[in-house]
Write a protein that binds this ligand. Structure first.
Ligand code: SF4
Length: 342
């Protein structure tokens, strides 16, 4: 804790140890928002989104009242879009059912949409000072090294969690959780741990055994398969683009996208409207958690009276490419340069 008091990272959602000692309290809304954004995502990627969300919606009630499309649009590019849908659901449950106050316990938090065991423990510890065991990838690495645990992940998770639980204090559990995360992020880093400046250097078993750099061990992951698909980009003569809202369930659920295939088939599906479609000589490539995707892109200029079988035309003044998920933005970038060069 002495190390954390002088080395805590300066994060926009965090109350510094000094401010906390002076009586400041973290805002549970901001802790929750940051923890949801940080799921599978780096601090560097989250900062700008967190700033925009808290500027647009400073309280959980403000977020609960926001239109779905606006929130989904602001989330675009951050990935794992089920998080955005659950974020809204959760904000509305907290506002409508809990009077705008987050539950303070891990079990209470886990009743809310989009909050699993890790996120519930993190919010309970950081926002409400509950002595919960918070174990993310950083903490797993530090525990594996501190106790020189060689069992491979993910099977080693329970063992690493037990080690973390043994160390979690009743006093300042939130700062402790953040301290171990910071240690993993800044000192006990994956490739070259800086043992020489580590507050645990004298007691670290992996340092003593010179095994730190090879820990934690991991069971090799299976190679990701590649899926293929097609995307149709139609531009109307007034500059409007044809987009469709993807089904609420499934990958990119609820986000705007280009009409096309469901990424399971090779032959091009029927276009969303008859036109002189032209296939671009380049693919939009994107990697999701479980597969690589390669999309062939077809473009067409269509008349003002074009009637699509699927989707709606979005006028140029209201179409914001930044509100598209990353893979759809890649498609748009290819289509736009094709239109520009035509
Ligand atoms: Fe990590 Fe080295 Fe510290 Fe051990 S001494 S916890 S390996 S940085």
């Amino acid at each position: 804790m002495r190390w954390y008091d002088s080395h805590a990272r300066d994060l926009p959602w965090r109350v510094s140890p000094q401010a906390r000692a002076d009586g400041a309290h973290p805002d549970p809304y901001r802790i929750w928002l940051s923890e949801v954004m940080l799921q599978q995502t780096t601090v560097a990627a989250v900062r700008a989104y967190y700033h925009r969300f808290t500027t647009l919606w400073p309280t959980v009630g403000d977020l609960a009242a926001a239109p779905d499309a606006e929130v989904m649009g602001e989330w675009a590019g951050l990935g794992y879009y089920a998080r955005a849908r659950n974020l809204l659901k959760c904000a509305r449950v907290v506002t409508d059912t809990h009077g705008g106050m987050f539950p303070q316990t891990r079990d209470g938090l886990m009743q809310l949409p989009g909050i699993g065991p890790y996120t519930a423990a993190a919010i309970a510890a950081i926002a409400f000072e509950r002595p919960e065991v918070v174990v993310d990838g950083n903490v797993e690495r530090v525990m594996a090294r501190l106790f020189d645990i060689h069992s491979p992940l993910p099977a080693a998770k329970p063992e690493l969690t037990r080690a973390a639980a043994d160390l979690t204090p009743d006093d300042r559990p939130g700062d402790y959780a953040q301290g171990v995360m910071d240690l993993g992020a800044t000192v006990c880093t994956p490739r070259s741990p800086a043992c020489g400046i580590c507050p645990w250097m004298d007691v670290c078993a992996a340092r003593a055994a010179s095994t730190a750099a090879e820990l934690p061990r991991k069971t090799p992951k299976k190679a990701k398969p590649t899926r293929f698909g097609h995307a149709y980009v139609a531009r109307r003569i007034d500059g409007a683009y044809l987009l469709e809202e993807r089904p609420a369930k499934g990958l990119l659920g609820g986000m705007l996208g280009w009409p096309g295939s469901d990424w399971n088939e090779d032959p091009a599906p029927a276009p969303p409207l008859p036109a002189d479609w032209h296939m671009i000589d380049a693919e939009a490539r994107h990697t999701f958690t479980h597969f690589h995707l390669r999309l062939r892109v077809l473009v067409a200029d269509v008349g003002q009276d074009a009637v699509p079988e699927t989707g709606t035309f979005h006028p140029i003044h209201s179409f914001r490419p930044a509100h598209l998920p990353t893979v759809m933005r890649k498609v748009f970038d290819l289509a736009r340069s094709e239109f520009d060069n035509a």
